[in-house]
Ligand binder design. Structure first.
Ligand SMILES: Cc1cc2nc3c(=O)[nH]c(=O)nc-3n(C[C@H](O)[C@H](O)[C@H](O)COP(=O)(O)O)c2cc1C
Length: 323
């Protein structure tokens, strides 16, 4: 049995399950493994150092699977932005059929994508931004609740309110992101009006995720309280794993410090060292509240199969409650 929704129809995938774009984690191997299961993985464009490298990485995924997959564009404010349009052109020319946009309004890029037959899933963290995305013509929305790893926004609205609040207002398909790790979560998201789920942290804890085993073990050992919200004072909130480094960032900014005071702690290179060497105190690294729901490191195929089966069981259980 499978669970078909407007999302699976729109994106031509088997399961209403997405692996959201993940810096340094969403490599060709992981994205191909996700695609092979019939779920939809997004490989971050910025993981590839150039548009040419992205084309090669797309080829690497294709060497491993003939199933659909997408590319994530995380367009953050930057003094020295990557050549986004070249990355986008390379994506369209490579025949990719789905992109996940995040970070800012994707309106300037929609003609390029949609003119090339690419479906656009825009990721945001509030009902108002989701409705704006619908108005400008994206194909679908992914909405991240306060539980999420990475950038949960500044509104602090968890999925239990955010998802039905959006369901009441939006006409295009949307999926729920942040706080999902199992079949109960998928069934709940569907009950609340979403047409699927997107996950980040849960996919980090799979055999195929290209990160050190200590990181996966750390997530398994952690619980739902094992995150810190950093950069709150800068209105650029990030949910990262609680460790000595994120504790220090929270302390310094809480005492009136500036970004310059903590930039050395938050450096991306230090986060990369965590994922490569497994030294969990080497820097800032990303995982969400779902750490409290993760207790093993399955293969991606085992994970997706289990989530779909458990969601079906949860739906059957609920149907069985009817008098
Ligand atoms: C290690 C890691 C890296 C991430 N990097 C990105 C990124 O580069 N771009 C992006 O749009 N989202 C990024 N995210 C957010 C995920 O795509 C997804 O929205 C989020 O993880 C959902 O919350 P969850 O972790 O509770 O499933 C990242 C998440 C993690 C865990």
């Amino acid at each position: 049995m499978t669970i078909s929704t407007a999302f699976t129809d729109l994106f031509g995938v088997t399961h209403p399950i997405v692996c959201g774009g993940m810096t340094r984690v969403g490599t060709p191997g992981l994205i191909a493994a996700v695609a092979e299961t019939g779920a939809l993985g997004f490989m971050p464009a910025h993981n590839s150092p150039s548009p040419e490298a992205l084309v090669k990485d797309i080829g690497r995924v294709r060497d491993l699977t003939d199933q659909p997959f997408g590319v994530n564009f995380t367009i953050l404010p930057s003094r020295n932005p990557p050549p986004w349009e070249e990355y986008m052109r390379a994506t369209v020319d490579s025949g990719i059929t789905a992109v996940e946009t995040a970070g800012q309004n994707p309106e300037p890029y929609l003609p390029l994508f949609q003119g090339g037959g690419v479906k656009v899933l825009h990721k945001c963290t509030s009902v108002r931004h989701a409705l704006k995305a619908e108005r400008i013509g994206v194909d679908a929305v992914s909405i991240d609740g306060f539980e999420a790893a990475g950038h949960p926004g500044e509104d602090d609205v968890p999925g239990l309110v955010l998802i039905p609040a959006l369901a009441d207002k939006i006409a295009i398909p949307f999926i729920a992101s942040g706080g999902f790790a199992d079949g109960r979560g998928l069934a709940a998201a569907l009950a609340l009006g979403a047409t699927g789920i997107s996950m980040g942290t849960r996919f980090m804890c799979t055999v195929e995720a290209p990160i050190h085993e200590n990181v996966k073990a750390g997530i398994v050992a952690n619980d739902e309280r094992s995150t810190n919200l950093i950069f709150r004072q800068l209105r650029n909130t990030g949910r990262y794993v609680k460790n000595g480094v994120t504790d220090e960032i929270v302390r310094v900014l809480g005492e009136g410090g500036t970004f310059e005071d903590v930039a050395h702690l938050a450096a991306g290179e230090r986060g990369a060292i965590v994922l490569e060497t497994g030294d969990l105190e080497a820097g800032v690294w990303c995982a969400g509240q779902t750490q409290g729901l993760i207790w093993d490191v399955p293969t991606v195929a085992e994970l997706v199969t289990r989530i779909v089966a458990d969601a079906e069981a949860a739906i059957d259980r609920l149907v069985g409650l009817r008098g």
